[in-house]
Write a protein that binds this ligand. Sequence first.
Ligand code: SF4
Ligand code: SF4
Length: 381
Amino acid sequence: MTTPPETTPAASAFDAHHAPSKQIIENCVHCGFCLPVCPTYVLWNEEMDSPRGRIYLMKIASEGQATMNPQWVSHFDSCLGCMACMTACPSGVDYGKLIEATRAQIERHHPRTLGEKLHRRFLFGVFTRPDRLRLLRWPLLAYQKSGLQSLIRGIGLLKIFPKRLQAMEALMPKLGEKEPLAELTPARGTARKRVGLLLGCVQREFFPGVNAATARVLAAEGCEVVAPKEQACCGALMVHAGEETGALALAKKTIDVFERANVETIVTNAAGCGSNVKEYGHLLRDEPNYAERARAFAAKCKDITEVLMEVAPRATRNPLRLRVAFHDSCHLQHAQGVRSQPRQLLAGIPGLLRIRGYLQFGAARCRQCAWRPQGATDRAA
Ligand code: SF4
Ligand code: SF4
């Protein structure tokens, strides 16, 4: 009897450096509970643009049955990274770690077109650099205030520009006066905590009022707030786009800056940044000088709503007669799992949302992901 020839297993499409975890891939039991919450699946009804399909694509690539060709890559490029699938998954599949690892592999092995390269260079060269965003602020302010924006939008001139530029123009926030933020905001009354504030890049330059309000509220609740001017980008944009080397450098810089600030908590108020810094322990796990420090740093990171729910209220809650809709941010609810704290904080404001004796928290459906979180409407007497 002749022995059959030994077959060599096909080579994985991934290299050995942080390949998507086979263990996590195996955790997927293909139940499909994640499909109806995935915005790209809802839009296109295409299995390979669902979480289950993407996990299957990772599996066959890791087994050498698929290559990183443009079509394979396109299914990962189209993932919004909203993490709605993680909330929906009954098997606890950590899709976040899988997509992060897959995207880093794609950037190492898949040649991007010239247009993609230029677009990515622009994104990473500008949106991770507050100093460059600051320079961009003035021409954008002039574009909005001069009436040029209304004119261009009105006559539909934007249609002649590339789709990516049109999308960026549509997302551009309405710019106003910059609200100053001191490097140290003292606590009102006796200080209960010394906290650091992660300023974000776009947040710092385009939504400065949010940072200023965050510091005011924390100070009113007895927190001394340190907002180190030297802090750079936390690296969220790069991590989420598979740019591992750049992300590591930015994460190390952020840790250095906040260690020097000597704070007990690091407060985040932009959910994408918050979910990134909470994962520094994972990102820097192979860095001998940073692995332990990254874990300690991540353990200190909290969303502003988590911090405020931890301290007993000190500032007077004055009545506000307003009807409010609360829209859960994807990264706050799905990546960080913070859902109840914002609602509880709103419930603590007298008069707010009081409509015919009920407190109503209308949670709007996200236009991007069509995801309606559980318990979106809370009622209290
Ligand atoms: S819900 Fe979880 S286990 Fe089920 S298909 Fe989606 S990722 Fe896999
Ligand atoms: S992260 Fe969002 S877009 Fe991506 S697979 Fe999960 S649900 Fe779909």
